[in-house]
Design a protein. Structure first.
Length: 313
């Protein structure tokens, strides 16, 4: 029995190695859409090692058909909460704008959390499928490889690489480049880091294309900070999301692949007790004073036009 057990373990290891090798060869065929040398302008932090990354992770995602809130509770506290709903009106034939084209997923490991939110551009099944495919391929790549990196620089590379898989997930299987939908996406990894005296305990290494947003609530100061304040800086007008995955046509009508005009990669520090809030424009547009018809003067600001107001924390 002892020899058989040892042989079985050896065969199992060989199978895992063979599958891993096959996966590497398959993944290598997917081309990057963002240069590996993309500028990384943040401090390098060492990640806390994952002792049991093979344990079954906790996951929440949505929306499902009920559109109910989903929660991940740890020690009787709501650790992760998410919900996607529609605020469009109900008419005789049903609700306008259905189906919901937003999608989110959070996968939680001990001391590490994988996060993604995608918002399909436009209405209809094509936009919905684009968002779900992009999010699933993006977070699937992170789930397979996040345990292989040891610092925030390598984690940033992992996140940029995940966008290639998100793009592939949107366009694969279509013979005509005009067929697949397009989607915005924001996602990354919230990881615990080795911290010295006064240093942050966590880093959120994230990437984004389009107009999904991330806000960080500081528990100590009771303030919110917009991590994505510059995401709409390249927008041509208020309906321009600034970038998207999928086949996006150029001005002359030819497909140019993903629109990465406002792609950004960053890392933001946070501490235990802070709150990370990630959302699509379906939420933050309804919180924007500009979209609510307010002028800067209504909020006591000195500027006369919103285009003149500088980015603020």
């Amino acid at each position: 029995m002892g020899n058989f057990g040892s042989r079985r373990k050896k065969i199992t290891r060989q199978v895992f190695k063979a599958v891993a090798k096959l996966e590497e060869e398959w993944e290598a065929e997917i081309e990057d859409i963002i240069e590996p040398t993309h500028d990384v302008r943040f401090k390098r932090s060492v990640l806390l090692p994952l002792g049991h990354f093979t344990d079954e992770p906790n996951m929440v995602d949505g929306p499902d058909d009920t559109e109910k809130e989903v929660r991940l509770t740890v020690d009787s506290e709501n650790y992760v909460c998410g919900r996607a709903i529609s605020t469009y009106p109900h008419l005789e034939r049903g609700r306008t704008g259905d189906p919901i084209c937003d999608y989110f997923r959070v996968i939680s490991f001990p001391d590490r959390h994988l996060v993604v939110v995608a918002d399909g551009c436009g209405w209809g099944p094509g936009a919905r499928k684009a968002a779900r495919d992009a999010a699933e391929w993006f977070i699937g790549y992170l789930e397979r490889h996040h345990h292989q990196v040891s610092d925030t620089y390598h984690l940033a590379r992992l996140v940029t690489r995940a966008f290639a898989f998100a793009q592939h997930g949107v366009v694969q299987g279509y013979s005509d480049e005009r067929e697949p939908g397009t989607t915005t996406l924001l996602g990354g990894v919230l990881a615990k880091v080795k911290a010295g005296a006064g240093d942050a305990e966590w880093q959120f290494v994230w990437g984004g294309v389009g107009d999904c947003k991330a806000f960080l609530f500081n528990r100590a100061t009771h303030t919110f900070r917009d991590l994505t304040a510059e995401s709409r800086g390249v927008a041509r007008n208020h309906s321009d999301c600034g970038g998207r995955l999928g086949h996006y046509p150029s001005e002359d009508g030819f497909s140019v692949g993903a629109d990465l005009r406002n792609f950004q990669i960053n890392s933001d520090s946070c501490r235990t007790g802070d709150m990370l809030v990630v959302m699509s424009d379906g939420v933050h547009d309804n919180l924007s004073p500009r979209h609510l018809g307010k002028e800067p003067s209504d909020l006591g600001l000195e500027w006369s036009a919103w285009d003149d107001v500088p980015a603020m924390d």
